[in-house]
Design a protein around this ligand. Structure first.
Ligand SMILES: Nc1ncnc2c1ncn2[C@@H]1O[C@H](COP(=O)(O)OP(=O)(O)OP(=O)(O)O)[C@@H](O)[C@H]1O
Ligand SMILES: [Mg+2]
Length: 400
């Protein structure tokens, strides 16, 4: 069928034609927003899930809801080795300048800007100045101690007050929040805690890999009580089918049950895989029905696209030693593996590969599920590694 009319949307953060099976977390987001608006105590919301389950898409949808409802929003994507202050300051500056612009002169908003200025001097951030220029004197003694915990709390509090002065509420969206380092995460949680205590309307809606829950708990033990951590997983059969059927139906195209069986067998409910398989099945079908044979015929191209895109971008960031470590995991299957077993497969002592494991967690390739062990953050990465490193044998390798 005409690829121009193809409704499916494989990609990173690409909104799907049908956001299937996520009513529950969306409802949670709606309630959190509503309570923030009413000035009621509200838990923040951090969605966790593996790669490609739809975290970014969910966050984008929540930010659309917030924007529509008139919230002030900052949308930030964290990445490895980037400091929170650097990520967040340009957004907070814009937010404060917006608040400053919308009405009469307000002491709280001006103070917010001055505190932001002193926050910058405390942290000695080096920026292209145009991005940060603030034509205002710093608030000496506020948020400029150089200690991030104290300063960020002070800054958030000042921003919360500025928002209140304008009858506004702020939502901070952070994607890939697991990439924040322990210090930044701890300061962020503290700052939000302070806002909650002062009943200031700053809400966090974030998303990250599953081990974020543990990281937040380590950063501040009370984090577990401050946030909800809805888990985004693979879609159940009915939701997975709806993701394929509904967008086709709008264009008068039917997807047969055997075709859905085949898509489900291949994608196992993972949203990214569903989009990729449905996309190629559509292109290959002569229409207006998508049959099982169309899905089967699309297998080659769908798999190739996944291998060359989704999996490959992750694989290419690895050192040879990291590849070997992950390949040893893959040899042990798709489930969580115990570090001892992995080390055995590599013929090394567990302690000698512990730094490697830590590095891979930092890169977001693996995590420790709460049941224990080490697991891939990328669904079906084990099968990919076996495909791309076919000659690798456990117990016969050196680590590289
Ligand atoms: N609920 C859903 N129903 C159908 N398709 C979805 C759904 N959620 C996401 N998708 C599709 O899955 C793909 C991946 O979505 P997204 O980029 O949001 O995942 P992610 O969890 O942020 O992945 P990553 O961890 O790699 O950043 C996109 O192509 C998107 O259109
Ligand atoms: Mg994402």
């Amino acid at each position: 069928m005409d690829p121009l009319r193809n409704p499916y949307a494989p990609g990173a953060g690409t909104p799907p034609p049908e956001l299937s099976g996520r009513q529950e977390p969306l409802e949670q987001a709606r309630i959190a927003l509503g309570r923030t608006r009413l000035g009621r105590p509200t838990k923040g919301f951090i969605a966790v899930g593996l790669r490609g389950v739809g975290k970014t898409v969910l966050l984008r949808e929540a930010s659309r809801m917030a924007e529509e409802a008139g919230f002030r929003i900052c949308f930030i994507e964290a990445y490895e080795h980037k400091r929170l202050a650097e990520l967040i300051v340009p957004h907070l500056r814009r937010l404060l300048l917006d608040l400053d612009r919308v009405g009469r002169l307000t002491a709280e908003v001006k103070r917010g800007l001055r505190v932001l200025k002193s926050f910058l001097s405390g942290l000695k951030l080096s920026y292209g100045d145009a991005e940060l220029a603030l034509d205002i004197d710093p608030e000496i003694g506020a948020a400029d101690s150089g200690d991030l915990d104290t300063d960020l709390s002070e800054l958030f509090s000042a921003i919360g007050r500025a928002a209140v002065a304008r009858d506004g509420q702020v939502v901070l969206f952070i994607d890939e929040i697991q990439y924040l380092n322990a210090r930044d995460l701890s300061a962020l949680i503290m700052a939000l805690h302070r806002c909650a205590q002062e009943r200031l309307p700053i809400l966090l809606i974030a998303a990250g890999l599953p081990h974020l829950v543990g990281l937040a708990g380590q950063a501040k033990s009370y984090a577990e009580r401050m946030f909800d951590f809805p888990e985004l997983g693979a879609l159940g059969r009915a939701d997975a089918d709806r993701a394929v059927v509904a967008p086709a139906a709008i264009q008068g195209v039917v997807v047969t049950t055997p075709a859905l069986d085949a898509i489900h067998a291949a994608a196992q409910g993972y949203p990214y895989f569903i989009q990729e398989w449905a996309y190629h099945a559509w292109n290959g079908a002569s229409g207006p029905r998508i049959h099982r044979s169309d899905v089967e015929a699309a297998a080659g191209v769908a798999q190739r696209r996944l291998d060359e895109g989704f999996f490959r971008v992750r694989f290419d960031r690895l050192t040879p030693r990291e590849k070997n470590y992950l390949r040893a995991m893959a040899a042990l299957g798709s489930g969580p593996a115990r570090p001892v077993e992995i080390a055995e497969a590599l013929r090394v002592k567990p302690a000698s590969v512990a730094p490697l494991r830590t590095g891979l967690i930092g890169k977001g390739l693996i995590y420790s599920p709460h049941r224990g062990g080490t697991a891939f953050t990328v669904p079906m990465f084990d099968a990919y590694l076996r495909r791309i490193m076919p000659d690798w044998q456990p117990y016969h390798q050196t680590l590289g």
